[in-house]
Ligand binder design. Structure first.
Ligand SMILES: Cc1cc2nc3c(=O)[nH]c(=O)nc-3n(C[C@H](O)[C@H](O)[C@H](O)COP(=O)(O)OP(=O)(O)OC[C@H]3O[C@@H](n4cnc5c(N)ncnc54)[C@H](O)[C@@H]3O)c2cc1C
Length: 416
């Protein structure tokens, strides 16, 4: 036994680095252990930008998390001097009555508007003409409208993770990089964590291993979590592309009758290209064997399926592509809960491809849990303020309960 801590965070990527920062800030003796060196490009948190907004179309339950996260990022910016949150505006373009079933995004514009109305998030509803006039890089169909949120925009995920880790270190956290956690075994009041030939003892473990959480934790998580390969494309702008690409809001665009009729994108950060992506809901991938090569034909498919006729001044020429990993639950919500076999293990990361904007606040939740209740209580932590969550009519942010008939089956103590 080499070291002991109050809390060990397994995988300080997006959720874990935020957790580590919040733990350390509260004076809790914490260690973060990662197989790579976050921020890195081997998980789910890279590629320059992530959309953020407060009128959350995936479910209004999430709104308090996004609101709180924006506050934390502004605090982090002040503490580190780094810019990471850019409130350039966000727009959802869609038919108003779109109800095509898409994982987590059915009725996306209607639900975004409902969430904004319920939580008084400043927004405007724009007609197709108003969208074309205000944002000349976007060409909506006459039957489409826009949900525009002036406080939406984008985050720079690598900067956010780096800032969390800088602040965590500054507050005394231990960070161990390049070390793979092989298993986490409940032991007495806490857990014993194996890394290589060494063991670390901790009062509690927070598992934020993202796409690799299923394989690390075993059942029921390996059945519930599906990692999928996603591709981001940076297309060259045409020489005469409108200056509007520099000033563009971030956009999300559900369209057509198919499940995969959805894409999103960002303003041009470099003035010569813009980043865009769609979503892949098909077969699961092994996170350790992701095919990183993106054939040109895939970028051409992306352009033809989504961009052509909807965006102005975007060529069919990708200057860069990158692959990343979604980790989806069966209902595309989050999974934040105690391990069924041990209340000393909290799982807090699989966020179904829409978690980054909430990560700063998600990090507060385990820290509050660990800080206020050194011995775990019997109720699962709430990832958002409980009263707000209780008000929301849609499903919760996500616990194990109800996800699987066997989700609550506890296994033997040495289960992971
Ligand atoms: C292409 C793409 C676009 C997205 N767009 C958006 C968006 O616009 N807005 C939004 O809000 N969200 C978006 N998301 C989702 C969001 O980025 C993710 O939900 C979030 O980044 C996941 O963070 P995480 O902490 O769960 O995983 P990660 O950041 O990947 O962290 C997991 C960490 O665990 C470590 N680890 C794993 N196993 C072990 C082990 N056994 N031992 C030690 N360390 C281990 C890994 O090395 C890694 O560092 C997008 C995701 C992708 C892939």
């Amino acid at each position: 036994m080499n070291q002991s801590f109050d809390v060990a965070v397994i995988g300080p990527g997006a959720m874990g680095s935020a957790t580590l920062y919040q733990l350390a800030k509260r004076g809790i003796r914490a260690v973060g252990i990662d197989r790579f060196a976050p921020p890195h490009a081997e998980g789910s948190t890279h590629g320059e930008t992530r959309i953020t907004r407060r009128g959350i179309g995936e479910g209004e339950t999430y709104v308090p998390l996004a609101v709180r996260s924006h506050e934390i990022w502004r605090e982090l910016e002040a503490e580190t001097g780094e810019s990471m949150l850019f409130e350039v505006g966000s727009i959802v373009v869609s038919e108003a009555d779109d109800n095509v079933e898409r994982p987590g995004r059915t009725g996306f514009i209607r639900r975004s508007i409902a969430a904004a109305q319920r939580y008084d998030i400043p927004h405007e509803i724009l007609s197709a003409d108003e969208i074309r006039h205000r944002f000349p890089n976007l060409i909506p169909g006459d039957n489409e409208i826009g949900y525009y949120e002036p406080g939406g925009g984008y985050l720079m995920p690598e900067r956010c993770v780096a800032a969390n880790l800088t602040m965590a270190r500054r507050h005394g956290a231990t960070i161990r990089l390049g070390e793979v956690v092989n298993n986490i075994v409940p032991d007495g009041d806490g857990v014993v964590i194996s890394i290589g030939g060494e063991t670390i003892r901790a009062g509690q473990a927070v598992v934020t291993a993202g796409a690799r959480a299923g394989s690390l934790l075993g059942a029921p998580f390996d059945r519930l979590l599906k990692p999928t390969r996603q591709v981001m494309h940076w297309f060259a702008l045409a020489p005469d592309a409108p200056q509007a690409w520099r000033n563009s809001p971030v956009y999300m665009w559900p369209h057509g009758e198919a499940e995969d009729g959805f894409f999103y994108g960002f303003p041009s950060l470099d003035g010569v290209s813009m980043k865009t992506a769609d979503e892949f809901y098909g077969a699961a991938s092994d996170p350790n064997a992701i095919d990183r090569k993106v054939p040109l034909s895939d970028s051409h498919r992306m352009h033809a399926a989504h961009l052509a006729g909807r965006l102005v001044g975007v060529t069919n020429n990708p200057i860069k592509t990158a692959t990343c990993i979604y980790t989806a639950t069966p209902d595309s919500a989050f999974l934040i809960d105690r391990h069924p076999a041990s209340p000393a293990i909290l799982v807090a990361s699989p966020c179904s491809g829409h978690g980054f904007k909430h990560s700063a606040a998600i990090g507060e939740s385990p820290a509050q849990w660990a800080g206020t209740a050194p011995r775990p209580s019997t109720s699962p932590p709430s990832a958002s303020p409980g009263s707000e969550t209780d008000k929301a009519p849609d499903r919760g942010i996500g616990s194990l309960a109800g996800r699987s008939r066997t989700a609550r089956e506890a296994r033997s103590p040495a289960m992971v």
